[in-house]
Design a protein around this ligand. Structure first.
Ligand SMILES: [Zn+2]
Length: 690
């Protein structure tokens, strides 16, 4: 945990920082709680919250209406689950990160209660599991409702979802008050988390960042049968609304809950002073790595319930409880090498290979270095001593370089792809370096093939993602041209499981139907960066033939000013496209793929046939949702009818085609007296012309 900066800033700066923090914290809160997809580690998040608290303490008059200190958890985003208002608000906990803060807290409690120096105050201590808070309402011992914490006041109803969690009994056994809400955490064990992620990866599903997100994502399902398949656990640590509280201390009630059949932390204990608290914290810290579940600290509570009552709450948290967080775990080691991995989109990601080091009980051998800038920022080179940090189950990070000052050759980021040796470039203003060998790069090939056959490109039926993966693995699909040679593998395909005469015929037929493809779709299908469907059409309208485009793009890349100008003079074509085309044709591999492909297919000369129509020469704008076609397709139709498709409504607009959900453009068109028709009206114009 890096120490926070002292508050020595001006009021204006503080106000700005508080505004920024409110936004940042709200954003990460939402990613974490509502989307189960955090972008930063928990300690990083805690650091933001602490900085906010520190500034608010120093500038109390600057505390914002939307201050993160007033919010518990997340406000419920558009959720398919129905809402539940908690009868007793679900609180969050104040955090402490050091022994001094724990001591201060105990001293505050004692002062608040005006306890004599020798009067003991018992404290319960238990490990803080990293799960999803849940409130279980039992009436006459029977579970009637389960709800998530939500924003503390209003949560989500997950009653059907918890039905399959064995730790949550439908009936409590024993002498249970008429109404009793048990509060605790739904969580997933480390082992179950890893198994779930492995299964998700196998199935091509979403991977969870950590067990907490896996638990939350599994519980907050509209379809409770999905939850039922996930190995969720629960333990109790408190209670909410209760017609009767069966005990005078926290420990007594927790033991009652346990006796009724609901698990509680096996490490729950009661101590009598700060030494006892810290000793239990250290014990749990030592056992942490071996625990079957993920924890992020220890929770202390004042044991006597009458004391809790007197201490009450401040803002969003009880004064009688404290979460003592574990620091992010760090260790020192040697960075032995920096390897470059190529992702499916061609992005080159540097990975640090470490001399194996134990960080919080886990051996770490790799860290991600994110990108070229991160390497420069840390100034790391192979051989450097570095500090590695690991928090929870997130990917370890390299946080510091201890040998920055030592003279050594700097690390040179590669300018060629390690997988295919194509040039690797970063575009202006971008940090990511990408391989330009899209079509031949093994790291990118299947993605490119999938794009090539997709609806907007060649639109080949029957060649789905799984089939591409399978054929690729068999070595049948090295490049797009191979698709057109699949007919030669007819018998081999037929021998595969799941294929019959009919399905193979269908596949071959749909491939053969694309022997004379639309040149613009073919160009788009090659997946050249910045050459989208519209750009591909703009280019082909100008060049008509693919070889003509290639000739000019190559000339432009070689420095021919005239050629570059010819390209940029085309409507809709800018420098980025010219550069991307140049990079593409500069690669011998790409040229080979291109030649190979054009030996299999023969796109006819590209002409936009403009037909005489009522909209010839007019400017048309499409807005709102189109039901039967994509926006691109609509624009292409307009072009075929000799109309110009524009993106914005102005005095020059002749016709607005408005689908459902049309907003400001529709209003503006009405103000300007422009003719407005719906999608059916447009379809009628198209049908009449064709
Ligand atoms: Zn590559």
């Amino acid at each position: 945990m890096p120490a926070s900066k002292p508050v020595d800033i001006s009021e204006a700066d503080a106000a700005n920082e508080l505004m920024r923090l409110a936004r940042e914290i709200a954003k990460h809160n939402k990613l974490y709680h509502a989307k189960d997809a955090p972008e930063i580690t928990d300690p990083e998040f805690d650091a933001l919250v602490r900085r906010n608290a520190e500034l608010e303490a120093a500038f109390p008059h600057l505390v914002r209406e939307d201050s993160p200190s007033k919010v518990v958890g997340h406000e419920i985003a558009a959720s398919p689950l129905s809402k539940v208002t908690h009868e007793v608000r679900m609180m969050s906990l104040d955090n402490a990160f050091s022994a001094e803060e724990v001591e201060e807290w105990v001293a505050r409690v004692r002062r608040f209660l005006s306890l004599d120096e020798d009067e003991p105050v018992a404290i319960t201590a238990e490990d803080k599991i990293d799960g999803l808070s849940c409130s279980l309402r039992y009436e006459n011992g029977k579970l009637v409702r389960a709800a998530t914490r939500g924003d503390g006041q209003v949560g989500e109803d997950v009653t059907p979802n918890v039905a399959h969690i064995a730790d949550i009994p439908q009936m409590l056994s024993g002498d249970v008050p008429e109404v009793f809400e048990i509060r605790g955490e739904v969580y997933m064990s480390k082992a179950d988390f890893h198994a779930l992620n492995a299964a998700q990866e196998e199935a091509g599903g979403k991977l969870f960042a950590n067990p907490r997100n896996a638990a939350a994502g599994s519980l907050r399902q509209k379809d409770a049968s999905v939850t039922a398949k996930r190995p969720l656990r629960f333990w109790a640590h408190g209670w909410g609304a209760a017609s009767d509280v069966p005990g005078k201390t926290q420990e007594e009630v927790v033991r009652k809950i346990e006796a009724w059949g609901v698990p509680v932390s096996p490490l729950f204990t009661r101590v009598h002073d700060v030494e006892g608290m810290l000793a239990h914290y250290d014990k749990i810290g030592r056992e942490r790595a071996d625990l079957p579940y993920e924890i992020d600290g220890v929770v202390y509570k004042v044991d006597r319930l009458d004391y809790q009552q007197r201490l009450g709450f401040v803002a969003k948290a009880p004064r009688w409880a404290l979460a003592h967080k574990f620091p992010a775990e760090q260790a020192e080691t040697t960075l032995e090498a920096i390897d470059i991995q190529v992702g499916r989109t061609g992005k080159l990601t540097p990975v640090g290979r470490l001399a194996p080091v134990l960080v919080g009980g886990v051996t770490v051998t790799n860290v991600t270095l994110h990108n070229r800038d991160e390497i420069a920022r840390l100034g790391v080179r192979p051989g450097d001593r570095v500090v590695v940090q690991r928090a929870g189950d997130v990917i370890p990070q390299l946080v510091d370089n201890l040998t920055r000052e030592v003279e050594r050759e700097p690390f040179i980021f590669p300018d060629h792809c390690p997988e295919c040796d194509s040039e690797a470039v970063a575009e202006e203003g971008e940090v990511d370096v990408r391989c330009t060998g899209g079509l031949i790069c093994p790291a990118q090939r299947t993605e490119r093939l999938k794009h090539f056959v997709s609806r907007g490109a060649l639109d080949i039926d029957g060649l789905g993602e799984k089939t591409i993966d399978q054929f690729f693995a068999l070595g049948w699909l090295e490049s797009p041209a191979d698709i057109f040679r699949l007919r030669e593998r007819r018998d081999a395909i037929l021998a595969l499981e799941g294929w019959q005469e009919r399905s193979v015929d269908k596949l071959v037929d749909s491939i053969e139907a694309r022997r004379e493809p639309d040149a613009a779709r073919l160009l788009f299908g090659l997946g050249i960066r910045h050459v989208g469907a519209v750009t591909a059409r703009d280019l082909m309208k100008y060049f008509h033939e693919l070889p003509a485009l290639r000739e000019v793009a190559e000339a432009a890349h070689a420095g021919d000013e005239e050629a570059a100008q010819a390209l940029t003079s085309i409507d809709g074509i800018g420098g980025a496209v010219v550069e991307a085309l140049g990079d593409f044709f500069h690669e011998d591999h790409n040229k080979a793929v291109w030649d190979d492909l054009l030996s299999e297919v023969s796109p006819p000369r590209y002409e936009v046939e403009t037909k005489e129509s009522p909209v010839s020469g007019k400017t048309v704008v499409f807005t709102g949702k189109l039901e039967t076609m994509s926006r691109d397709e609509a624009k292409a139709q307009a072009e075929r009818l000799g109309a110009k498709a524009s993106g914005s409504v102005s005095a020059k607009t002749d016709l607005l085609v408005a689908g459902p959900g049309a907003g400001s453009k529709l209003k503006k068109a009405a103000d300007l007296g422009i003719e407005v028709i719906d999608e059916a009206g447009w379809a009628a114009i198209v049908a009449a012309a064709e």
